[in-house]
Design a protein around this ligand. Structure first.
Ligand code: HEC
Ligand code: HEC
Length: 208
């Protein structure tokens, strides 16, 4: 008899605990959701709620590769992506984010519909198309498509460039070339790219 009561008590306690633990998970995930939503609202001030940014100097985040997004947020947080705009705009922002939030933000923005294309000068677009798909052999510049993909949608650590804003792309090519932004592979690739060639390839990419 004593044993039975104990068993019933123990059973009751474990069921009760289970219910409590379940309720705690629900509360935690609701709190997490609220925190994620509030954080996205902060990002939206510059990047737009759906990752279509509000100004061409701010990058679009929509449809960007999640691995690339995570790498960049960690690089801002660790202060290893250190070009002036990264410092001014993103270091403070990223310092507030833990790894879980970084993963959730990357997931959220990567699954938003791609940004719209931007029209540009057809001559520059044709020149940029050639650089992107064939490189510039005489200057030792490989085809961008070999890493960023033929459709410029990126893969893993290689960012999507399609539909990115032209002024942002040119700014990144300049800071990577001058090593203000460390991007070891890219730095070698675009060492000899002229300002005009940057403009052409950026016009082409924005038009996708
Ligand atoms: C006040 C404006 C502002 C806010 C708010 C802001 N960003 Fe940024 N973000 C920028 C700018 C400017 C850059 C480009 C930095 C550079 O040129 O290196 C950038 C770059 C990025 C990049 C790199 C994109 C790429 O293509 O390399 C990511 C990822 C990013 N931001 C995510 C976020 C997230 C997530 C939030 C919210 C937690 C956020 N940003 C809030 C202005 C902002
Ligand atoms: C060998 C592989 C490789 C080739 C070839 C390459 N890239 Fe990249 N590129 C990368 C990687 C990797 C990154 C991300 C670096 C990082 O994580 O900071 C990158 C980043 C970039 C960025 C920054 C994107 C952003 O959102 O901030 C631009 C712009 C870019 N590449 C343009 C080009 C262009 C234009 C070419 C051709 C002239 C090219 N890349 C060729 C590997 C490559």
């Amino acid at each position: 008899m004593k044993i039975r009561i104990l068993t019933i008590l123990a059973l009751g306690a474990s069921v009760g605990l289970g219910v409590a633990a379940h309720a705690a998970t629900d509360v935690a995930s609701t709190a997490d959701q609220a925190k994620l939503k509030a954080t996205i609202e902060n990002c939206a001030v510059c990047h737009g709620g759906n990752g279509h940014s509000v100004s061409p100097t701010f990058p679009n985040l929509a449809a960007q590769q999640p691995t690339y997004l995570e790498n960049q947020l960690k690089a801002f947080k660790n202060e290893t992506r250190a070009d002036p705009d990264a410092q001014a705009f993103m270091w403070g922002m990223a310092s507030q984010l833990d790894d879980q939030m970084i993963g959730e933000l990357a997931q959220y923005f990567s699954t938003q519909p791609p940004p719209p294309s931007e029209p540009g000068d057809p001559k520059l677009i044709a020149e940029g198309h050639k650089i992107f798909h064939e490189g510039i052999p005489a200057q030792g510049v490989p085809a961008c498509a070999s890493c960023h993909g033929a459709d410029a949608a990126g893969r893993g650590m290689f960012p999507r460039l399609a539909g990115q804003h032209k002024p942002y792309l040119i700014k990144q090519l300049l800071v990577i070339q001058s090593v203000l932004r460390t991007a070891p592979v890219m730095h070698g690739v675009i060492k000899t790219l002229s300002r005009h060639e940057m403009e052409a390839v950026a016009t082409y990419l924005a038009s996708l």
